[in-house]
Design a protein around this ligand. Structure first.
Ligand code: BGC
Length: 827
């Protein structure tokens, strides 16, 4: 962190938690957690305060996160075999200090936020680790890609794959070895969490499908992904420990029971591991009161044993708070540097036997194997070659953009827009005579200058002081809801791609109006602007800002809602466009009789305005669908705000995930709450009809597996990356016909929801497909349900379990609109 903000003093985080405190966690905890069923995590009870006196020591939490030791060595299973044997051979020739150098960052003459030094003697060329999941950050000549939430709203696997290829290629050209993304944690449990926009969706199946495509595509061009943040990083407030007047407040603990962990939070990480992610980044927060990067249950247990992860675990920046304990818990690399826990201290720990030498060999082998596996030992651009340390000084031009992917940038921007209201034929626009434009978010911010910290962290529309308020410290609840200085291309923080060239909505609308001879009026600063009554249409642009380091203060804002109502009072065809870095409530204005259309425009990246104009004028047909639920009221959500330090736990903030898997639409279904716009919902300029559902049990095609084995309660296959290999056997096939019954071509997102026997009232997304259909065309959509898709986590057996019973299958347009319903019975 200090490396990124050299002008600021390093914030002193809490001192290490003693080794014994971590590994001394008792077996009682293991039993409590593993047999805990679907109830709250072990600290849920204690976290509620009550009888206990104020907690001043970590001892109180012993046993809440089960100890899992020793750390499993990499095995080289599956596609890693070759890389593994080469890595072993190379590591066998390394000195102790060479191995140690692979386990922590060092300084470099680049802007890579993390850098592992080369070992020229052995032809190891070093590693540049750079942000982010949405494009290269902090340099020039790169593209600003649509952010995670926008990709989630596209529900498009193929397009997500193309984005990964295009984005990955840019990292490669810039000499970045490790892309610090994609993000599947936060998942989005806390509605106002500051980083939800970096991830794809609160639904684990949707996030899992899209992270799988991203990891495969990025790594296919030779760049390692660092899937992050592992795990339970669901709020920014108290994400890090902090010390004030000598008193340390530890990072928030996400208290997650074993079942919820598997069925929700671990799920997309499992897909990333299955896709072969080369690294996983452990998170700032604690999980069941043990730090993410020192938690043996998470790293040794879930990741390296259960999921068979072969790559290396890197810390989030500054997330290491112990030395020996993190080594034994399965951490492999400390960033941005090994201070103050590893480096010479790790050498000493190896020397005195506190850490076995084999653990260091495994760390080094995992790092080198990932490097070989991506082919970075051959013809890879020099580490950090395109990452100039200071863009204001003369530097070599390394243009990473690739014109082949311009259409992907535009399609990606188009498909993440979600149209949720469109009455009286408001859209598409038909060569209007006069348009009036309002709102701070129509235009570009006033600066796009690489000299500014704001530029490096995607905060040009927002203020640096607000960005830094939470970023450098423990994490806070923010104070601003909107980026008042202009439209948003991404959210803020380390997840922001560099803004090189952007097309704002205003830019694109001026161009369009010029071509069409449309008169344009605009006012982007007044709260109560005047409207020319001759306007055919008024467009109001607002946004909802979010950034790393702070949680959002609110899910709506009175300023923007007042502006919309003021315009709508004077203009009977008012179209609202919100660039929202997270869930934005709309009930203060959406039922106004003159609000004729509403678009959630999310975070489209540099092609923003071009994409919006294509949609508004009908050159593109909206096909985005909400990857989250928009409620009518804040109180409809289970977890709106972050948890704050409180009561006896003021020094050990607790966040109890006691709702289990019932987040977002599952919570709305379980509680029978009607949302404003449900998960999966979105309008098109055409209509689609569903017919011909078929649901069939699969027949074993494998001569060694009969049908009884295929439907056996537990998987029995060997563990590969992503878990037992037969967890991915197809057990049920579902298909349906989708027909475009309207007048124009468009894409439909057909969705399959399953009601598992143990969650009978609650739909869970288990399939989606997005056919593009000409008018009157029909396509058959097919969904293959794997054993994992139909199983629940059995905490006693520590296995995925296929329950006997009826599985309702519903196919349709959203989680609440499923015209086709069938079922399958598992004996
Ligand atoms: C963020 C990570 C990021 C890292 C390096 C941290 O503050 O949490 O997501 O990759 O910095 O910039």
């Amino acid at each position: 962190m200090a490396q990124r903000f050299q002008f600021l003093k390093r914030k002193r985080y809490a001192l290490p938690i003693g080794l014994l405190l971590i590994i001394g966690a008792g077996l009682a905890g293991l039993a409590a957690l593993r047999n805990g069923g679907s109830g709250p995590g072990p600290a849920a009870n204690s976290g509620d305060g009550g009888d206990a006196a104020a907690i001043t020591s970590d001892v109180h939490f012993y046993g809440q996160s089960p100890p899992v030791y020793p750390s499993p060595n990499m095995t080289g299973a599956g596609p890693w075999a070759d890389a593994f044997s080469k890595a072993r051979a190379l590591v066998a020739n390394m000195t102790l200090s060479e191995k140690i150098s692979l386990t922590g960052g060092t300084s470099s003459n680049t802007s890579c936020p993390g850098f592992v030094g080369a070992i020229p003697r052995l032809n190891f060329t070093g590693l540049c680790l750079a942000d982010a999941g949405n494009g290269v950050r902090g340099t020039d000549f790169v593209s600003s890609w649509p952010s995670g939430i926008h990709v989630g709203a596209s529900w498009n696997r193929a397009l997500t794959h193309q984005r990964g290829q295009g984005m990955g290629g840019e990292f490669r050209t810039k000499g970045v070895n490790v892309l610090l993304g994609p993000v599947v944690g936060p998942a989005g449990r806390v509605v106002l969490s500051g980083r939800n926009w970096e991830g794809f969706s609160v639904d684990p199946y949707l996030a899992g499908a899209l992270v799988f495509e991203t990891v495969q595509a990025v790594q296919a061009v030779g760049v390692m992904t660092s899937t992050k943040h592992f795990i339970g990083n669901e709020q920014e407030t108290n994400r890090n420990p902090s010390t004030s007047s000598g008193v340390t407040t530890e990072a928030v603990s996400s208290n997650i029971d074993d079942k919820t962990m598997h069925e929700l939070y671990l799920w997309p990480f499992q897909d990333a591991v299955r896709a072969g992610t080369g690294t996983v980044m452990c998170s700032y927060n604690r999980v069941n009161n043990s730090y993410g990067c020192a938690n043996s249950n998470l790293l040794n247990g879930l990741l390296k044993t259960e999921l068979g992860f072969q790559g290396f675990v890197v810390t989030d920046w500054g997330a290491q708070h112990a030395g020996v304990a993190t080594a034994l818990a399965g951490l492999d690399m400390a960033m941005p540097n090994p201070d103050p826990f590893w480096g010479s201290h790790l050498a000493a720990a190896i020397g005195n036997g506190s850490v076995p030498g084999s653990r260091l060999d495994d760390m080094a082998t995992r790092v080198i194997a990932a490097w070989y596996r991506m082919g970075q030992d051959k013809n890879y651009p020099a580490s950090g070659i395109g990452m100039a340390p200071d863009l204001l000084k003369p530097h070599a031009i390394v243009d990473a953009r690739n014109s082949t992917f311009r259409s992907t940038l535009l399609d990606g921007a188009i498909e993440g827009h979600v149209l949720v209201k469109n009455i009286r034929g408001a859209l598409p626009l038909k060569t209007p005579r006069m348009l009036s434009l309002f709102g701070y978010s129509a235009k570009n911010p006033d600066h796009n200058s690489p000299s500014a910290i704001a530029w490096k962290f995607g905060a040009e529309s927002f203020s640096v002081s607000d960005l830094l308020a939470g970023f450098m410290g423990p994490g806070t609840v923010g104070t601003v809801t909107v980026g008042i200085n202009g439209t948003l291309y991404s959210g803020g923080g380390s997840g922001a791609p560099s803004q090189s060239l952007m097309v704002s909505p205003f830019d694109a609308l001026v161009q369009q109006a010029y071509d069409d001879g449309t008169a344009l009026f605009w006012d982007f600063t007044s709260a109560k602007p005047s409207v020319n009554p001759a306007s055919d249409t008024c467009l109001v642009f607002g946004n909802a800002f979010a950034t790393e380091g702070s949680d959002r203060p609110a899910a709506r804002d009175d300023y923007t809602d007042g502006l919309i109502r003021h315009v709508a009072d004077q203009c009977n065809n008012t179209i609202v466009v919100l660039h929202n870095a997270g869930i934005r409530l709309v009930d203060q204005f959406v039922d106004h009789a003159n609000v004729t259309a509403l678009v959630f425009a999310h975070l489209p990246g540099e092609a923003s305005g071009k994409a919006l104009a294509a949609l508004l004028y009908g050159r593109a047909n909206p096909s985005g669908r909400l990857p989250y639920t928009v409620a009518r009221n804040e109180s409809d959500y289970r977890a709106l705000n972050p948890d704050l330090p409180a009561g006896d736990f003021a020094r050990f903030p607790q966040s109890n995930f006691s709702e289990g898997v019932l987040v977002d639409y599952r919570h709305f279904a379980a509680r029978n709450i009607t949302p404003r716009y449900e998960f999966g919902f979105g309008l098109s300029y055409t209509t689609f009809n569903y017919s011909n559902l078929s649901v069939d049990k699969a027949v074993s095609l494998n001569s060694t597996t009969n049908n009884t084995q295929l439907f056996a309660p537990y998987p029995s296959g060997a563990v590969r990356e992503g878990g037992p290999e037969d967890l991915y056997d197809t057990l049920v096939r579902v298909s349906a016909d989708v027909t475009n019954t309207g007048g124009v071509a468009g894409a439909e997102v057909a969705q399959l929801y399953v009601r598992l026997p143990s969650y009978s009232g609650v739909p869970q997304l288990r399939g989606f497909d997005k056919p593009f259909l000409n008018a009157l065309q029909t396509a058959t959509v097919r969904f293959e349900l794997t054993r994992r898709d139909l199983s629940v986590w059995d905490t006693a057996a520590q296995q995925w379990r296929l329950l006997p019973g009826r599985y309702a299958m519903a196919v349709g347009r959203s989680c609440r609109d499923t015209p086709l319903v069938g079922e399958v019975v598992i004996p």
